[in-house]
Design a protein around this ligand. Structure first.
Ligand code: GDP
Ligand code: MN
Length: 371
């Protein structure tokens, strides 16, 4: 699954990567008020595809009024195969150099690798010869020797550059991503290193690559420890909306969307390919978190089958009979069977869109006094 730029950037920022200040907008008037706060800005179409610069999906704006116009033009338009529903309005960066850095899985070797070039930007396709690559040790942070080689290839060997490369590798390793690509990674005139674009792809059927999220056992909560003993990775976040999604990428997207709509995610919980067998303990753990007022189940099936995952959740829901409401969004392989199961066995109508399910879940949590 391809995350849109804004979500990909939030994921990178969690590892410490510097991203431009900015916000998503779905209307021209929203874009105007964001631009008034930011000053000179860039208006960027949020579609799960690259090449937006050349297609007119990235517009540099020097005034709030021009940002409003750019937003009005982009929103609702078609860019390649995608309709633009959301834009990102970001502070404009004063670019000195554009670099290319990507972490990905070399499928032939079955190893993670870093790919990099000192000549990043929209013309990278014409500069493929400039790309260098090095394999990485799975499950380990990038070693100093490789870091030296990467920084030499990029032509920038500052503390900030080194830290950014390490942070990108950590984001790649901890998110189970198959690709983390930053093009351009920018060097500004004052030497700052900023991720001006970001692309993250996840394969929900993949085993963790490059390493697991390290959680200090001493700092785990009781529920997190219990989850670990059951083979589940739970991180309690203290919010009002519990989340059950398949794959780390979709879970992050769902968390992001819950925040975007004004709710607070209660947890990160990874159930990976074992969704079916672990649905009941996973549900039990999520619902025992204090302050949870509703549950969102967001499944997006490709290799993972929605009907199989949904059956696990429906069985678990009936067995546990929780005292809150659940909101389903189910898309992809097996969705028809899965939706029918939710209708017939739970008497609940699944939502057409993830956003609608999330908005309803937030309302429901609030109506139970969980804010
Ligand atoms: P893509 O074409 O879909 O990969 O979109 P990008 O986010 O990579 O943007 C395309 C190009 O727009 C970049 O390579 C930059 O040259 C330019 N660009 C994007 N953001 C900024 C910015 O903040 N300042 C400047 N000066 N240029 C930008
Ligand atoms: Mn780009």
């Amino acid at each position: 699954m391809k995350l849109v730029e804004a979500t990909a950037k939030s994921l990178l920022a969690e590892s410490g990567v510097v991203i431009p200040d900015g916000e998503r907008a779905t209307s021209a008037s929203q874009a105007l008020s964001i631009a008034e706060r930011l000053g000179p800005c860039v208006v960027k179409a949020q579609i799960p595809a690259g090449g937006r610069g050349k297609a007119g999906g990235v517009v540099l704006c020097s005034t709030p009024a021009s940002a409003e116009t750019a937003a009005a033009n982009l929103l609702g338009s078609e860019l390649g195969d995608h309709r633009v529903d959301t834009i990102l309005v970001e502070q404009q960066i004063d670019i000195f150099r554009e670099l290319y850095v990507a972490f990905m899985i070399d499928t032939t070797a079955g190893m993670p690798m870093v790919v990099f070039s000192g000549q990043g930007g929209v013309d990278i396709e014409d500069n493929l010869d400039s790309l260098q690559r090095r394999h990485l040790v799975p499950g380990s942070p990038i070693d100093h020797e490789t870091l030296d080689i990467v920084c030499e290839g990029l032509g920038v060997n500052t503390d900030d550059a080194r830290a950014t490369i390490e942070q990108l590798q950590r984001a790649f390793a901890t998110s189970k991503a198959t690709l983390v690509e930053v093009n351009p990674l920018v060097v500004t005139r004052d030497g700052s290193i900023i991720a001006v674009d970001a692309k993250v792809e996840t394969d929900d059927s993949a085993a963790p690559v490059g390493g697991e999220l390290e959680t200090d056992a001493g700092q785990q909560t009781d529920l997190e420890r219990e989850a670990a003993e059951k083979g589940l990775r739970l991180i309690e976040l203290g919010g009002n909306v519990a989340i059950l999604a398949n794959g780390a990428g979709l879970t992050m997207t769902t968390m992001d969307a819950v925040s975007h709509h004004g709710g607070r995610p209660a947890n990160f919980l990874e159930i990976g390919g074992d969704a079916y067998t672990l649905a009941e303990p996973a549900l039990d753990l999520t619902l025992r978190q204090s302050g949870v007022g509703s549950l969102v189940v967001n499944f997006c099936g490709a290799f993972a089958r929605c009907d199989v995952m949904t059956e696990g959740v429906v069985n678990a829901w009936l067995a546990l009979d929780p005292d809150i409401d659940v909101f389903f969004s189910i898309h992809g392989t097996g969705q028809d069977e899965a939706r029918t199961m939710v209708r017939d066995r739970l008497g609940i109508e699944p939502f057409e869109s993830m956003d609608d399910a999330i908005i309803a879940a937030i309302d429901s949590a609030r109506s139970r006094g969980q804010r």
